[in-house]
Design a binder for this molecule. Structure first.
Ligand code: PMT
Length: 224
């Protein structure tokens, strides 16, 4: 029998990378394929939730039964997430959002010419999770932490700093896990101090594990 434990939930998921223009033909981005976020969206749908997926540019096929909101930049993702936040009961940010943006993207293609190499000045991107957490009503907020060192320490820092309920700590240096791969491994930490470890497994399976952890958290920490 298929699980229907998310029936009645409205789940807002983000997936994929953002792209931040340097000039009309170049951008700063990252190695996110969108697979993790899409897997969560599909798993949530299969468990009875209504799902909206805010997606950066990916090569993935939009999943059936899910409203996909395509965006390109961190600012667009911030706007799309804010616009759907009031609708949602659970928010899961699997997207790899830019932390830094080119401050003044060139309006014309930068020329090689003979001049000096053009400088690239960066500014901070909006922290979407921190922004949402500041205006939450009863939403459960779940973030990811993509780390290359001191996984638990950094993930715990983000859990607290961004005001999250749960964080999926992702050691992206582990072979076969993280960006672009079919599989992933994670440690899920909660603000109440619980910790669950999930060894390397298909992203579709980890997606279900993450949703089960959220269901369990909500059972123990009911909101209003
Ligand atoms: O897409 P795949 O190829 O399947 O790869 C999956 C993944 C590695 C991208 C995914 O498992 C993952 O770890 N996603 C989070 C990537 C990330 O940006 O992590 P972070 O530690 O930099 O950010 C922490 C959290 O804050 C994340 O939930 C992120 O979505 C959020 N964030 C980040 C920057 C920003 N400006 N605003 C945010 O809300």
């Amino acid at each position: 029998l298929p699980l229907a434990d998310l029936k009645g939930q409205r789940i807002l998921v983000s997936a994929g990378p953002t792209q931040e223009a340097i000039d009309p033909v170049r951008y700063i981005s990252n190695r996110s394929s969108g697979k993790m976020g899409y897997a969560i969206a599909e798993a949530a749908r299969s468990r009875g939730a209504e799902v909206i997926l805010v997606s950066g540019p990916t090569a993935l096929i939009p999943p059936a039964g899910i409203r996909v909101v395509p965006i390109t930049t961190a600012k667009e993702m911030a706007e799309a997430m804010s616009a759907q936040f009031g609708w949602s009961s659970i928010v899961i940010m699997a997207a790899a959002v830019a932390d830094f943006l080119p401050k003044a993207p060139a309006t014309q293609k930068l020329k090689k010419g003979t001049a000096a190499v053009p400088p690239l000045e960066l500014e901070r991107a909006p922290d979407i999770l921190a922004m949402l957490s500041a205006k939450r009503t009863a939403q459960i907020l779940v973030g990811f932490a993509a780390e290359t060192q001191d996984l638990i320490e950094h993930a715990t820092g983000k859990l607290t700093a961004k005001g999250l309920d749960l964080i999926v700590a992702n050691d992206v240096t582990q072979a076969g896990a993280g960006f672009g791969s079919e599989q992933n491994a994670a440690i899920i930490l909660s603000r109440t101090g619980t910790r669950q470890t999930f060894d390397l497994r298909p992203k579709s399976q980890l997606a279900h594990d993450i949703l089960s952890a959220i269901v369990e958290f909500a059972k123990n920490e009911p909101r209003k």
